[in-house]
Write a protein that binds this ligand. Structure first.
Ligand SMILES: Nc1nc2c(c(=O)[nH]1)N[C@H]1C(S)=C(S)[C@@H](COP(=O)(O)OP(=O)(O)OC[C@H]3O[C@@H](n4cnc5c(N)ncnc54)[C@H](O)[C@@H]3O)O[C@H]1N2
Ligand code: MOO
Length: 396
């Protein structure tokens, strides 16, 4: 049986999902971790108005002489919306964030001042020293001018970015779409954690792996279902397609007698071996106009299939950059099967070299969990001596 070269299947997956890319407008309030698809410009200059950086007194710097009294002509609080005026020869008490009165050119902190009486009474104030003009004034437009870029296109929005957008008064923004993913695991042997396994039963783990990886790489999971091997798959697949841009299936695609995914979808797409290991059996189909990516059921194959085939495609749709591969030298000699790109689970040594971890079996979920990376060995190579440089993929 001819195997589809890995690069061809990677391209087929990308082409199959290309229609999922797009942009949408969302409220800033729910935009955490979304990626901007256009620059966001400031509707207003920030700060919006000249204001005080300290609790103290607004003055004209030239009118302040150390030890001389100035009449306190009023008190200004944050939230005052009429702009006050500083009369010649007076000071005004001012709170942090309150609008600077017209005519003032400096603020003196309360700690460097001596007021004869407090709030509500006629009083005078004297100061220890004359201020520099501009002292403790936060000027309009210091942070950003109206029309300037607040957040560049392609930014994955962290809390500080959301803060900047909210501070700028931006209510909605344009972001890359986050595709809705439905996940179906198949297998009559599968049970949930918490159940007591009967003979022949297996704890279901792939849906959680696919859910976590999809969420981590820019998608949102809208449906998680399971199907046995004897007849309910098409019904569940149809339900999954209702709310999803993409369906991911696990299991049921190789050469057995009960392979519900392949048997249901063979006429609706492509199924066959890809020249990779693990993750050899693969499928791509369309059901109810929804693309379906069919991954093999072995738990390690699920991880490798997602990382190698889907991860960067989903990231691209969500506006995220691909995860960079690295180069590293092998700590030991290794051998590899011919004709398939091998992805060995591996770890880094303290000197930066890499070595495979555990056996090649794609059922070894717990052993594979200790790996940090995949070591890629190309399809033509069968023996690599220690010291050979190889490509490694971080496990995400
Ligand atoms: N005659 C052949 N047999 C097999 C071939 C082959 O080329 N010729 N390929 C083998 C390889 S490689 C893989 S990988 C598997 C893939 O088969 P399926 O995708 O049909 O997967 P299943 O048979 O349904 O399951 C395989 C294995 O994984 C366990 N499994 C399945 N789903 C889950 C899940 N959600 N959580 C945990 N474990 C799961 C399942 O119990 C099986 O042990 O085919 C080989 N056979
Ligand atoms: O190709 Mo399978 O995915 O080795 O276990």
């Amino acid at each position: 049986m001819t195997r589809r070269p890995l690069a061809d299947h990677q391209a087929a997956v990308a082409a199959h999902l290309a229609g999922l890319a797009g942009t949408e407008t969302v409220p800033v309030r729910v935009a955490l971790d979304r990626t901007t698809s256009a620059p966001v410009r400031a509707p207003y200059s920030l700060p919006l108005f000249d204001n005080s950086a300290m609790d103290g007194f607004a003055v004209r710097a030239a009118e302040v002489s150390p030890g001389a009294d100035l009449e306190v002509g009023g008190r200004i609080f944050a939230g005052d919306t009429t702009r006050p005026v500083l009369r010649a020869g007076t000071a005004m008490a001012i709170m942090t964030g309150a609008p600077l009165p017209a005519g003032a050119d400096a603020v003196i902190p309360v700690e460097a001042s001596h007021e004869t009486a407090g709030s509500g009474q006629q009083s005078t104030v004297r100061f220890d020293a004359a201020p520099e003009p501009g002292a403790f004034i936060r000027s309009a437009g210091d942070d950003v001018a109206a029309g300037e870029v607040v957040i560049a296109a392609g930014t994955r929005l962290a809390p500080r970015h959301l803060g900047a957008l909210a501070a700028a008064g931006v209510e909605t923004i344009e972001v890359h779409r986050r595709p809705a993913v439905a996940i179906i695991s198949t297998g009559s042997e599968l049970i949930r954690a918490g159940a007591t396994p009967q003979a022949g039963q297996v704890f279901e783990s792939n849906s959680l792996v696919l859910q976590s990886l999809s969420t981590k790489h820019g998608a949102r999971v809208t449906f998680i279902g399971s199907a046995g091997d004897d007849g309910d798959f098409a019904t569940i697949l149809t339900a999954a397609c209702q709310d999803a841009d993409l369906v991911l299936t696990s299991g049921g695609i190789s050469m057995g007698e009960r392979e519900p995914v392949r048997q249901t979808l063979a006429e609706h797409g492509w199924f066959g071996p890809v020249a990779m290991q693990p993750g050899g059996p693969q499928g791509l189909a369309t059901w109810k106009q929804t693309p379906v990516c069919c991954l093999p059921g072995n738990p390690v194959s699920i991880v490798v299939s997602f990382e190698v085939l889907l991860r960067d495609v989903l990231r691209g749709i969500a506006g995220l950059p691909p995860v960079a591969s690295n180069r590293a030298v092998l700590a030991h000699d290794i051998t590899s099967v011919p004709g398939k790109t091998q992805f060995l689970r591996g770890v880094s040594e303290p000197d930066g070299s890499v070595r495979p971890l555990g056996g090649p079996g794609s059922h070894l979920a717990v052993t594979a969990a200790a790996a940090e990376l995949l070591i890629e060995i190309d399809a033509d190579t069968t023996e690599l001596p220690a010291g050979t440089e190889v490509t490694t993929w971080p496990l995400t």
